[in-house]
Design a binder for this molecule. Structure first.
Ligand code: PGA
Length: 236
């Protein structure tokens, strides 16, 4: 079974999020795909009330805790709203909100302590890719984010090259599979009940079939294409 994560970012308003959720809610239960949608955090309550069978993730949460932290989304608010999945370390949180691998690591701990299933995003810049240092870079990200002493439950790890997100550019299929194989290998040093490795970055209707065929890729994390019903209907 492949994980299909729709990251709607801040693309959609409530009505559009409801429309796409409606399409997803009509899909027959599938053994091929597990669809998880990450709507704008503000719409969770409305969506999960109306579409009880759909699975939703938050796009982020904050580490400030409950209390005097204006604008924060605390992990307890996710639990209260019965949200099971959360994206952490997305490149846009990293570039727009200064989220570092250390912060991602703390968020990973917080999600595990609260029995949330984290979708952890990692990926290299174009410079690193061009200088063929991708594997070293990803290894250091993994080493900072994960702890050898920790027994992890279920984790989803999304490999998203920064230069691929929102650009229409992707690595070659063989490169994607090779990186996911490499990640599978280096993650053997850590203890997981279940780990799924996904690819993300400019996934669309023209490349989805080939990406999902790759041996070491357990699914995809999709941004802009996932806001279109034509793309979503691929999974019905
Ligand atoms: P994209 O975004 O599919 O629009 O490239 C992917 C992501 O940001 O996770």
């Amino acid at each position: 079974m492949k994980y299909i994560i729709f990251n709607w970012k801040s693309y959609l308003n409530l009505k559009e999020s409801i429309n796409l959720s409606k399409i997803i809610s009509r899909f027959k239960k599938s053994k091929k795909f597990k669809i998880i949608s990450a709507p704008n955090n503000f719409f969770h309550l409305a969506l999960s009330k109306n579409f009880k069978k759909n699975i939703y993730a938050t796009q982020n949460f904050d580490l400030d805790g409950r209390g005097a932290s204006t604008g924060s989304l605390d992990v307890s608010h996710l639990i209260e709203n019965k949200i099971k999945y959360t994206i952490i370390g997305h490149s846009e949180m990293r570039s727009n909100h200064g989220e570092t691998d250390k912060i991602v690591s703390s968020k990973l701990d917080a999600s595990i302590n609260n029995k949330l299933i984290p979708i952890v995003c990692i990926g290299e810049s174009l410079n690193i890719y061009k200088s063929k240092k991708t594997k070293n870079y990803l290894r250091s990200q993994i080493n900072t984010i994960f702890k050898r002493s920790q027994k992890y439950d279920q984790i989803i790890l999304a490999y998203e090259p920064l230069w691929s997100i929102g650009t229409g550019l992707t690595p070659e299929l063989s490169e994607i599979d090779d990186i996911c194989k490499f990640l599978t290998k280096i993650l053997e040093k850590y203890t997981f009940k279940k780990i799924n490795i996904l690819y993300g970055g400019s996934v669309n209707l023209s490349n989805i079939s080939e990406i999902l065929k790759l041996q070491f890729v357990n699914g995809v994390l999709v941004g802009s294409a996932s806001t279109k019903s034509s793309f979503i209907n691929y999974f019905k």
